[in-house]
Structures are given as C-alpha cells and as structure tokens.
Design a protein around this ligand. Sequence first.
Ligand SMILES: Nc1nc2c(ncn2[C@@H]2O[C@H](COP(=O)(O)OP(=O)(O)OP(=O)(O)O)[C@@H](O)[C@H]2O)c(=O)[nH]1
Ligand SMILES: [Mg+2]
Length: 500
Amino acid sequence: MHNYHVIDDFKAYQKHQQNLAEILRGAAEVTCSLNMSKEKELSELSTKVQNDTFKVMVTGTFKNGKSTFINALLGEEILPAYALPCTAVINEVKYGTEKRAVLHFRNPLPDPLPERLADKAVQHMNKHKGSPIPPFEIPYDEIEDYVVIPVGADEKQIKLQSPYEKVELFFPLELLKNGVEIIDSPGLNEDETRTRVTMDYLPKVDAVLYVLNANAICAGDEMKFVQNDLRGNSIDSVFFIVNRFDQIRSREQPQIRQYAELKLKEFYPKPELFCISALHALDGRLDHNEALVEQSGMIPLERRLTEFLTKEKGRAKLASPAKQVRQILSRETLEVVIPRERKLLESSLDDVKQRYESIKPRLKAATAKKEQQQAEMATKIERSCRKFERLAKRSMADIINSVPVWIEEFTPATSLGAIPSKAKTEQVIKDLSEYLKDKLSETQADWQKNVLLPEIEEEANAIFSGAEKDLSKIFKEIDDINVELTGEHYSANRFLYGSV
Ligand SMILES: Nc1nc2c(ncn2[C@@H]2O[C@H](COP(=O)(O)OP(=O)(O)OP(=O)(O)O)[C@@H](O)[C@H]2O)c(=O)[nH]1
Ligand SMILES: [Mg+2]
C-alpha cells in the first residue's frame, strides 16, 4: 500500500516536471520571438528542472565555515578548511558506495594558466592537449592539491582562473541518496574571480544553505546577496546557518538569533534559521564526542535537512523554477520589452507624423489634380453623350423623311385590281408594313455600324487616351508619396482597380 503512494507521488512529480519543462520551452520560444534577453536564464532553468539531481549549495561570505560545515555533515575532514581564504573550486559532494574524487576541467582552459598546478593535472592536460580535457580520477584525500587557493603565490597568480571546473566527491552518506548533491563553493566577496565561480553556479541550484558568521551577523554585503541573489531570483528553499556560535557568549546568543531573524524576515517571512558551531560538530564527530556534537546545534539542522531532502525536495525542485519563470518573464516584459516596443512605436509614429507633414502639400496637390482630371472627364463624357443624342435625332429625321420614298419604291406582290377585295387590301398592307420594318432595322443597323460606332470610338479615344496618361501620372505620384510615407510599396492603382 505504502509503495503505491510512492509510485503515484513519483508519477505526479514526473508529470509536473514535464509540464514545467514544456512551459519553459514555450517561454524560451516567446522570449526568442520577442527578442528578449532572458533566453539563457530560461534554458538554464529548463535544464535544472529536467535534471534529476537535487543540488544544495552551501554558500556565504568567505571564511564563514562552509567547508567545515560540510566536513561536519560527512563526519570527516575531506574538504580543505583553513583560517585563510581557501576554497577556489566548486566541490560537488554526491552519493557513492566508495569514497572517490573526480576532477573536471574547464573547456576551453583559461589562458594563461596559473603556475602552481599539481603535477598529475599538468601531465593529464599535456596528454590531452588540443582537445577537451576528459575528467580525471584523483585520490580523494589529495583534493587539497587541486581545490585550494595557493598560499604564498603572488597576487596576480591568485587572481587567475583555475583550470578546474569542479571536483566531484563521492561519499557514502545516507542523506545524499536519491540524487542529493551538497555543493561547497568558493566564498563570496573574497575575490572577483572566485565570487564569479559561485555566482555562475547559482542558477543551477535547487536549494541553498546560506552560512552567516555569528561574529558579524547579517553584514551589508550578506544582506544584499539575500535580497538580490536569493530572494531576487525566487530561490525559496533557503536554510540560514548562523555559524561560529561557539564564539558568542551564551548570554548573548538569544539576541544574536533574534537579530538575525529580524533582518532575514525582511526577505523571507519565516526564515529557517539554525545557530551552530560547525567546528564543534566536526570535532565532536572526529573525537566521537556525542555531547560536543549535541551542543553544536548540528543535530536539529541535520534532522530538518533530512526531512526536507526526503519529503519536500520534489516540491522544492519545481516550485522555485515555476516562480522564477514567471518572474523572469514578467520582469523582462515590464521593464524591457514593453518600454522598448513603446519607444519604437513612439519614435516610428513621430517619424511617420513628420514625414506626413512634409509630404502633405504634395499629397494635396496630387489629390486635387486627380479630382480635376475626374471632373474634366465627366464633362467630356457628358459632351459626347449630347453629341450622340444629336446624331440619333438626325438619323431619326432622315428615317422619317425616307419613309415616303420607301413606300414609293414598294411594289406589292399581290395586285389589288380595280375593286380591291378586303382580303387583298389587308394582304398588301401586311406586306408593306413588313417591308417598312425590314427597311427600318436595316437602316438603323447601318447607321449604328457606320455612323454611331465610329463616332463613339473617336470620342472615347479623345477622352481616354489623354486622361489615361494624366491619370497614371497622378497615380504614380500618389504611389510615390505613400512609399515615402509608409516605407512600403502599396499601389494606388491596385486599390482602385483591384489587385492585378
Ligand atoms: N570557532 C569556530 N571556527 C570555525 C567554525 N567553522 C569554521 N571555523 C574555522 O574557520 C576557518 C574557516 O573555515 P572554512 O570552513 O575554511 O570556511 P569557508 O567558508 O569554507 O572559507 P572559504 O572557502 O575560504 O570561503 C577555519 O579555520 C575553521 O576551523 C566554527 O563554527 N567555530
Ligand atoms: Mg571553503
């Protein structure tokens, strides 16, 4: 029964994961078509959502005790932790039945390379020169040779970018099962190069353990990071660790906690806050001193983390990115796209207005010319109509005059005789009217063909040949004006005569 629930939950989770990935893909397309700049952020989010690991990054100001805290979790001094700025490379601690370490190289490698590099790494890089350097297994108790800022090296050397992208550390810790990764990162605000290493990794993480220093609680830079980089990027799953609590006198401890809570509430309404001594927790574990571990405050934090990483990580994995995508899109739309499009519209509208103003006189003249032309044409057509009317009247008069002649010419087929019978008379009248009808239509057809049509043709030619030339000149002028006005080819002729 219990298993059914787990499978159902997992299926539901996968469905949410797919949906969110789909939304992210769609959002990336929208941003692309709107020419928005957040495409990279969205594709990073998409990779994060589809990734089946759960990355918990331990971050905070340099020397606050991040590496010591992870060592305390592991119960072993694996990550280098010293009083001097120390961690230079990302360390991903993940589950493995055996302890091992794998070194990954940047592609491309930075140029120039720092001078002091472990011999083994140099040999490996030389072996693969000219191609991406493949990951390389290193003894897990030698990671110090790779991930630490070289002590004593000159200032320029310390600022150079490391050739190592990250170290993967495999460790048999129960908490890391099911894809959980704890990431140790270079401290913030120690040096630009190393702060960037941490900041570049931040978009990949699903939760953050933010390590503060009880001795300088919630310093300005730390709060800026909380505001801009954690809250500002909708990273919801944040656990605040106030470390070095052993250095605070016990009577001051409640105030420190209260103060930290108050400051963090500004950005996280219910901050999950743990006051610990990572050093005591580590020492206690190394010396099997349960009382010291108990005192260190580490146990409640581990309990809460275990609960979060077993019961809440599915929701946490999808909830933040879902919020982030909305935030990225709305921020970008509100702050960049809309103002940009509005500016573009405003400027093009102003531009069009200006062009319209300058072109107005020409447009007016062309329109007036067109109207004048149309009026002239209408007059000419009117005049021609009257001419045709006159012609028709004249032809009618000719016909009327011709009728007596036609009657004269008519020879009846039937002779009437001296005393014409009624039937004969009727026959002759019928024949005569047939004859006159034929004559009339013959004459009319003749007139239409030989007089009217040539006349119409002549008139039409006179009206249109001149007008066509003038009109096409005017339409061309209107077309030109429109091109100037809109920057687009549009044809006045096409609008008047329909598309060709
Ligand atoms: N007293 C005390 N010292 C601590 C505690 N945690 C860490 N330290 C010491 O502080 C120093 C720095 O610790 P690290 O773990 O290297 O700090 P970090 O944050 O990883 O430092 P970077 O990697 O350089 O950013 C070491 O000397 C630790 O022993 C603590 O809870 N109490
Ligand atoms: Mg460190």
